[in-house]
Design a protein around this ligand. Structure first.
Ligand SMILES: NC(=O)c1ccc[n+]([C@@H]2O[C@H](COP(=O)([O-])OP(=O)(O)OC[C@H]3O[C@@H](n4cnc5c(N)ncnc54)[C@H](O)[C@@H]3O)[C@@H](O)[C@H]2O)c1
Length: 259
């Protein structure tokens, strides 16, 4: 099936990141016009119908002016993806207040600001879809990711609240909650303080992560883009207010005892 979002308009924060870029490319391939909004530029040359715009999700003036500009260019916004995110690999004891606030500024305030200023344009859509990035870390905790886990719990609660408030206006709101997905964020987790790697090589850590999954693999950005595409499309017209976990079954299993 192709062109499942033909003619729709989309704004993707964190669009230059591992998952965000896969979403931008997939949306464009399925017929949408896409703004890739990120503080960094994508590593690849953007395909037709994808335009990169420099955008800091923590900056209220940037949100106000980005959506005012969009309103002058497009009649409506059909799809908002809030994918910008950062991960600080520390326990709360090691996390500074500045790092804690930065985590919430990017992962939660950024979602609040983009959603707030996008709403007037989303209301003009014939059927709008907002997709927020939560995480399986919003349900269960990876050790050493305290602030990150807290932000994702907030994202999950915000997603439900937005779905309740704006469903009657024709706006569906869902969260996608990935497990381990092979992106720069995951690579920095493998090399960072939070991995608990204990001096293991990256290859050994990667294999250990694969082995712990029921599916014996971790995800790719395209896996996540497939779910996001469905949520963005009219096929998902009855889907709202939900937290869609995609984690290779990781959160379904109890930890195996190693006797
Ligand atoms: N990769 C995983 O395993 C995983 C798992 C669960 C959830 N997630 C979530 O998925 C989303 C995408 O993650 P990813 O793996 O693609 O990460 P990534 O690090 O590859 O991409 C994140 C993007 O966010 C952008 N960004 C950071 N701060 C920003 C700011 N202030 N303004 C605008 N853009 C900013 C970065 O420039 C980057 O392009 C995140 O919300 C992340 O928390 C990822």
């Amino acid at each position: 099936m192709t062109n499942r979002i033909e003619g729709k308009t989309a704004f993707v924060t964190g669009g230059a990141g591992g998952i965000g870029w896969a979403i931008c490319k997939r949306f464009a391939a399925e017929g949408a016009r896409v703004i890739c909004a990120d503080i960094t530029a994508p590593g690849d040359f953007p395909p037709e119908n994808v335009e990169h715009r420099s955008y800091d999700v923590t900056d209220e003036d940037a949100a106000r002016s980005a959506f005012a500009r969009l309103g002058a260019e497009w009649e409506s916004l059909d799809i908002l993806v809030n994918a910008a995110g950062i991960e600080i690999e520390k326990t709360i004891e090691d996390t500074t207040l500045e790092e804690w606030r930065r985590s919430f500024a990017v992962n939660v305030d950024g979602m609040f600001l983009a959603s707030k200023y996008a709403l007037p344009l989303l209301r003009k859509s014939a059927g709008a879809s907002v997709i927020n990035f939560g995480s399986y870390d919003g349900f269960i905790a990876d050790p050493g990711l305290a602030a990150y886990c807290a932000t994702k719990g907030a994202v999950h609660a915000l997603t439900r609240a937005m779905a309740c408030d704006h469903g009657p206006e024709g706006i569906r709101v869902n969260a996608v909650c990935p497990g381990y997905v092979d992106t720069p964020m995951l690579q920095s987790f493998f090399t960072g303080e939070g991995s608990g790697g204990g001096g293991k090589s990256i290859e050994d850590l990667q294999q250990a992560v694969r082995d712990v999954h029921p599916t014996r693999t971790y995800g790719t950005p395209d896996d996540i883009a497939n779910l996001v595409l469905w949520l963005a499309s009219d096929e998902a017209r009855y889907a709202s207010g939900q937290l869609w976990v995609m984690d290779g079954g990781l959160s379904a299993q109890v930890q195996q005892m190693r006797l």
